[in-house]
Design a protein around this ligand. Structure first.
Ligand code: ATR
Length: 277
């Protein structure tokens, strides 16, 4: 029987997830489908019930539903519970919804595979942003034993709320957005989780002159692949990590949860996805 999966969000038409999962379904010769499904916020509960009734085995969740969907799940795994957001749902054969968050592993596994000699434990990071993506990144860095993490967000209260939720041993320091340029000394990893730098948005206005040449700069924005932040960092000789890999790496455990195969990110998939950026 064809196992149906998909992505729910609003909007979803520009998503690369259907390309990624459909590639893997073909590559591993699995009888399944992955479809982008636009669901307006008011219709979330009804439309999700309809997917269950339609025999779906699971789905990904993107903006603006990542937090709301948690309330519709019968249970959440530890990561989704801690982060407070769900990006992957599995539906069991009794129609119960299980919420997962694969953004955390997607972020960290991509970092480990692109910079294999960068040892995470004991390091220092600066994270920009305080939305759902920042929560996943902060949770990942705390779990990987970063010694301290500076969290910087335009709206300071949101950063404070994120730190209160995730930091139980005082490793997160909040710095005001206006002082971001001065917070980079002794930083091993700078991560942008804000939408700044994305196509159609203003670039992230930040001078990375204070960064050590050994620091790694990771932008989770992937449209464009080389954001102004990454261009600036690359010109200075810093190692850079692009956001596309995080997208690909968060998709792997989701595919595994639905279809029982942990797929690989190969060159062919990377080039297919790059063509669509
Ligand atoms: P996501 O779940 O993808 O992280 P989000 O919750 O909308 O999305 O968060 C977007 C992030 O980008 C926030 O940290 C936001 O800052 P605020 O909390 O102050 O809104 C940040 N952001 C968006 N536009 C920005 C801008 N023009 N300047 C600074 N930060 C911005």
């Amino acid at each position: 029987m064809t196992r149906k999966t998909g992505l729910i969000g609003h909007p979803v038409s520009h998503s690369l997830s259907p390309v990624i999962h459909t590639h893997w379904l073909q590559q591993y010769r699995i009888d399944g489908t992955y479809t982008a499904i636009d669901i307006a916020p008011d219709d979330l509960s009804t439309r999700v019930r309809a997917l269950v009734d339609d025999g779906y085995v699971g789905f990904n969740v993107t903006l603006p539903h990542k937090e709301e969907i948690a309330f519709l799940c019968d249970d959440l795994d530890d990561t989704a519970q801690a982060v407070g957001a769900v990006n992957t749902v599995t539906i069991d054969n009794r129609g119960r919804l299980h919420g997962h968050n694969t953004d955390v592993d997607g972020f960290i596994n991509h970092l480990k595979s692109s910079v294999p000699d960068f040892h995470l434990s004991g390091k220092h990071a600066v994270v920009l942003g305080a939305g759902g993506a920042a929560r996943a990144v902060l949770y990942a860095l705390l779990r990987e034993d970063f010694e301290w993490i500076t969290l910087i967000n335009r709206t300071r209260e949101r950063a404070v709320a994120v730190a209160n939720d995730l930091d139980d041993d005082g490793r997160v320091l909040i710095v005001d957005w206006e002082k971001r340029g001065g917070a980079l000394a002794d930083t091993d990893l700078l991560v942008n989780t804000t939408s700044l730098g994305m196509t159609g948005q203003a670039p992230l206005d930040m001078d990375v002159g204070g960064l050590s040449p050994n620091a790694v700069v990771y932008d989770i924005v992937y449209r464009p692949l080389m954001t102004p932040l990454l261009q600036q960092a690359k010109m200075r000789g810093n190692t850079i990590v692009t956001g596309l890999g995080m997208l690909l790496h968060q998709a792997r455990p989701a595919f595994d949860a639905w279809y029982g195969v942990m797929p690989h990110v190969d060159d062919e998939l990377e080039s297919i996805v790059m063509e669509r950026l």
